[in-house]
Design a protein around this ligand. Structure first.
Ligand code: G6P
Length: 367
């Protein structure tokens, strides 16, 4: 089928807005809402035997893996190693026989990730892949294939494939936790209920598009932008910075909020906007105190939080973007939306080629 942009100015914007639907579609294959259970395809293999997971990916898919590391460790108590694919083989990773190596890729063809997959296979690892293209090389070479159902993604900067990857990874983490005896049936039910809330929460996040478009003007003049987050929202800060770099060509860095005092705080002045991702939850107060350190140095803050967080810490910020109140588990999916939209609107204001940014390719097939 020919894919067109419909009423959207760019594929990227269309794909951002498709997220509630494609995440719902993806979740449909991984959860049984009525039973309150996750349901992965039957691999004919016992997930409970997994004692270590090695995750390998590139770019945005790598950040999905970073979020998953928090989930696998927190819920299933399974230790996770994670590498960018281009580094994986060269550090000569210690791969125990029978371990699970998990590769995440929209295209399933990224050369570095594919080479890493083949290396792990030659070391006797069980190979799982989370891929959006079910006919891809990675899908074919895997023992366990976990498809995302994002549909074709045309914009070079990945958006909907990323949130679908997170949905699959959350289900996988939950399944692993259950099989390892780390979750009661009630706890699993609760997690499934929160996952099921994701599509609506994504819709609620998208409803703030106009506010985000309006505040994008404040970012356009910047030469550098910092993104801060904690816990599973730290990878979202990395993803926010990557999205901005990719399509607006503004230099941006994502940092763990607590690490900022070890370097990047030296950059803070009123020309460096600092975007803080701080959903309410157990890490909120700590992130806010890092945000105050920025403010005390004249930094201009954009706080992305929920109504409760904004009421508590929004005063004195250059701008605030309100997200729905969500369970910390689905916060990374929901907070993907404002960072994608912000990068998009800044890029549009700068007049860059949003869907085909300079020097970048949708699928990188050279190492
Ligand atoms: C390229 C794309 C990114 C993508 C990365 C990994 O750099 O421009 O959007 O995240 O490759 O691609 P993959 O297909 O392996 O997820």
């Amino acid at each position: 089928d020919r894919i067109d942009k419909g009423n959207y100015a760019h594929f990227m914007l269309k794909e951002i807005f498709e997220q509630p639907i494609v995440v719902a579609q993806t979740l449909q294959s991984y959860v049984r809402p009525f039973e309150g259970q996750v349901a992965l395809p039957d691999f004919g293999f016992d997930l409970a035997s997994i004692n270590r997971v090695t995750i390998v990916a590139c770019g945005t898919s790598y950040y999905a893996g970073l979020v998953a590391k928090y989930w696998f460790e927190q819920f299933a108590r399974v230790p996770v190693d994670i590498d960018v694919a281009s580094e994986f083989r060269y550090r000569e990773p210690v791969l125990e026989k029978g371990g699970l190596s998990l590769f995440i890729s929209q295209s399933g063809e990224t050369a570095d990730t594919l080479a890493a997959l083949r290396h792990a296979k030659s070391e006797g690892q069980t190979i799982a892949v989370v891929v959006n293209v079910p006919t891809s090389s990675m899908a074919r070479e895997a023992d366990l294939m976990l498809p995302t159902h994002a549909g074709p993604e045309i914009g070079v900067a990945s958006t909907k494939a990323f949130t679908c990857q997170l949905a699959v990874l959350a289900a996988l983490a939950t399944n692993l936790a259950r099989d390892k005896g780390r979750l009661t049936a009630d706890e699993e039910k609760e997690i499934v209920a929160h996952l099921q809330e994701a599509p609506q929460a994504l819709n609620d996040a998208l409803a703030h598009d106009d506010d985000i478009a309006a505040m994008a003007h404040l970012i356009v003049p910047a030469r550098d932008v910092l993104y801060l987050g904690r816990g599973p929202d730290y990878p979202m800060a990395l993803e926010g910075a990557l999205k901005l770099k990719e399509i607006s060509y503004i230099h941006a860095e994502g940092y763990a909020a607590g690490e900022m005092k070890h370097g990047p705080i030296a950059l803070i002045d009123d020309n460096v906007p600092v975007i803080v991702l701080a959903p309410s939850g157990p890490l909120f107060e700590k992130t806010v105190s890092n945000m105050q350190e920025v403010r005390a140095r004249g930094g201009k803050i954009v706080l992305i939080s929920d109504a409760h967080g904004i009421a508590e810490a929004g005063e004195g910020c250059m701008a605030t973007i309100e997200m729905p109140q969500v369970h910390p588990l689905i916060a990374p999916l929901v907070y993907a939306v404002p960072v994608q939209l912000l990068a998009y609107h800044v890029a549009v204001l700068k007049g860059t080629d949003v869907d085909q940014p300079r020097n970048l390719a949708k699928s990188v097939t050279v190492e």
